[in-house]
Design a protein around this ligand. Structure first.
Ligand SMILES: Nc1ncnc2c1ncn2[C@@H]1O[C@H](COP(=O)(O)OP(=O)(O)OP(=O)(O)O)[C@@H](O)[C@H]1O
Ligand SMILES: [Mg+2]
Length: 606
């Protein structure tokens, strides 16, 4: 009952997937026009060479036969024919090599082109997308497809060549007997159906396996990662991890093998039918020759043409099913390219205000993460005015980082508005807005690149402005870190690459902080940028931060009250809203939530 619709759905999907082919052809075309044109021309030449060769052979044999049976002298015509056959044979070899070369060229270009497109597109998508496992699976498949779908292009080239060869050979056969051709065609159809069917099963299997493969990848990376090594060793987790890896990889392997086995068995049976078609046709040609209907030349021509046409037909069908198969795989790549970011600039977006006059305002903002029912922010109202240094505090998970993400428009609110100078953030040009914000996140990036690059990512167009880089490093105290590095600014950081030097958590923070100073932005946001700093460094960093941001708006998040108390205004976040706000003295005398938290921390120092 169940099998039938699944089978037909499979076919429908396969046909539907062919819609992907034009898109891929466009990518191919974009990656190298001249190479594509040259490739096409050489394939067309290659496709008419075999039939031409067979016809010349026929004429040679018929000429020899006439010379021998009629005892005539050898004519120049015979030598010309032999010369022509030689020329054709040489050309076949040369064109074949040329095609291989052009294929390699195109493959390289296509791979690079698609990889770049995937990176560009992934970077343009919403942050939200990255928190969705379905998106990850799709990105993963798109990545693999980007580099793995070269068959498709080669298959299309081959298809063109095979179709032309098959047509010219078929014409040669039809000239003598149309029935022969019909026989050949009927013979190869079962193999074609089989091929496409298995191609679909293969795709369905890979689709099913993606989550498992993702798990496998994670385990593999974890098993070899520097970050995890300490815990894996001390907690004795090797066997636990390898055991889990082995169980999953065995599962994938067994499924792969089961399908491969079925394919071999069915494929052998089906190609046998094609073979039977070929030999029936051959027997017919032999019989016609023996009875004097065909000449010897014709028999050779037909034998060659039938053999080649039959194998070309079979290949044409299998190439077709390869294309259908590859097209199915490409569904994810194309779906990935069709994903559109929702956070982007509208048409005629406003430039960011310079200077900012009234600052940021959160008006009745509610927010929940996609796929979660909990409101992290619930009707939040909050101001950040120019020249103000505001500290945002609250317990873990109260939504401090979430506020930063909304303020910097990495997310849009679920309800309410975030305004800048009274205008909704969504009205501003996104890139222009981002250029006015310098933010260092709690989970800032440690780039496995040079120290110079690690700082310059804050404003990558100034990577060669040595003075600016050094000044930012001084402000963030990264200069002390750089001084200790053997190659200074050009020291490779992290342990991944040759000659890399790893930094301590606090040292990394100082380097990351330099990015914020490098950015000549009106708004500075620091999300626990000093959590790993020692007490003296933290004090220094914040003193400088206060001095350096007098003209700017600054928002910082910290769990340390020694830092928090330096703020002009402290905002206490609780249950998705603001519980209290004011400066340190006001809040301590108020005797509320802030006073309680402050007392708790102070008590532990006494
Ligand atoms: N990407 C996400 N997807 C779903 N839920 C999230 C996501 N990020 C955060 N949350 C949830 O939102 C809530 C607020 O998180 P947020 O990171 O804003 O807290 P925080 O106040 O910065 O905490 P901390 O002091 O630990 O940094 C948390 O309960 C968390 O579970
Ligand atoms: Mg946080």
């Amino acid at each position: 009952m169940n099998k039938q619709p699944e089978f037909w759905n499979g076919w429908r999907d396969r046909l539907a997937a062919l819609r992907n082919v034009p898109t891929v052809l466009r990518f191919v075309w974009e990656s190298g026009r001249l190479v594509v044109v040259l490739g096409l021309v050489s394939r067309i030449i290659a496709s008419i060479l075999p039939p031409a060769l067979f016809w010349v052979s026929k004429f040679i044999i018929d000429t020899i036969f006439r010379i021998v049976t009629t005892h005539q002298p050898i004519t120049n015509r015979l030598w010309w024919l032999v010369a022509a056959e030689f020329a054709l044979a040489v050309s076949t070899g040369l064109v074949g090599r040329l095609i291989d070369y052009l294929d390699a060229l195109l493959a390289g270009r296509y791979m690079n082109h698609i990889s770049v497109r995937v990176m560009e597109h992934a970077a343009s998508l919403d942050l939200v997308a990255y928190e969705d496992p379905v998106f990850y699976d799709r990105l993963e498949r798109a990545r693999v497809q980007a580099t793995d779908r070269l068959y498709m292009i080669q298959a299309i080239g081959r298809l063109i060549q095979q179709v032309i060869t098959t047509i010219t050979l078929s014409i040669s056969i039809i000239v003598f007997s149309p029935w022969l051709l019909l026989l050949l065609i009927v013979g190869v159809i079962p193999a074609f159906v089989g091929e496409t069917h298995f191609a679909f099963l293969g795709y369905a299997k890979n689709f099913r396996q993606t989550p498992v493969r993702r798990q496998l990848d994670y385990l593999r990376v974890l098993g070899g990662s520097k970050e995890a090594a300490k815990e894996l060793k001390l907690f004795g987790l090797r066997d636990f991890l390898t055991g889990r890896f082995k169980a999953l990889s065995d599962q994938v392997y067994n499924e792969d093998i089961a399908l491969a086995r079925r394919k071999v068995i069915a494929g052998s049976g089906l190609s046998m039918i094609g073979m039977a078609g070929y030999y029936t046709a051959y027997v017919y040609a032999v019989w016609q020759t023996v009875t004097g209907v065909f000449s010897f030349g014709t028999l050779t021509l037909l034998a060659n043409a039938i053999r080649e046409a039959s194998s070309n037909l079979q290949q044409t069908f299998s190439t077709l099913s390869t294309i259908a198969d590859q097209a199915l795989f490409l569904t994810d790549l194309i779906a990935f390219f069709e994903m559109k970011p929702t956070i982007r600039s509208k048409a005629n977006a406003l430039p960011a205000p310079r200077p900012i006059q009234r600052g940021f305002e959160f008006r009745n903002v509610s927010f929940r993460y996609p796929g979660s029912s909990r409101l992290v922010l619930n009707g939040l109202n909050f101001h950040l005015r120019p020249g103000e240094r505001v500290a945002l505090i609250g317990e873990n998970g109260e939504g401090k980082t979430t506020i930063v993400k909304l303020l910097t428009r990495l997310y849009d609110p679920f309800e309410g508005q975030v305004l800048l100078d009274g205008v909704d953030l969504r009205e501003y040009d996104l890139e222009d807005l981002y250029s006015e914000i310098g933010v260092i996140f709690q989970d800032f990036m440690r780039y496995e690149m040079t120290a110079r690059e690690n700082i310059a990512v804050g404003r990558i167009d100034r990577i060669n402005d040595l003075e600016l880089l050094q000044e930012s490093a001084r402000k963030s105290m990264a200069a002390d870190v750089l001084r200790k590095l053997p190659s200074g600014l050009d020291q490779m950081l992290g342990r991944r690459f040759d000659g890399g030097v790893d930094l301590s958590g606090g040292e990394w923070q100082k380097v990351a902080l330099a990015r914020a100073y490098l950015r000549d932005a009106q708004v500075l946001v620091l999300d626990e940028p000093t959590s790993a700093l020692d007490a003296r460094s933290e004090y220094e960093v914040f003193k400088r931060f206060a001095e350096l941001t007098t003209e700017k708006m600054a928002l910082f998040i910290s769990h340390r009250f020694s830092t928090v108390r330096m703020a002009d205004r402290i905002v206490v976040l609780e249950n998705g809203r603001i519980a209290e706000e004011g400066d340190h003295d006001t809040l301590t005398t108020l005797g509320g939530r802030y006073a309680e938290m402050f007392e708790l921390q102070a008590a532990s120092y006494r």
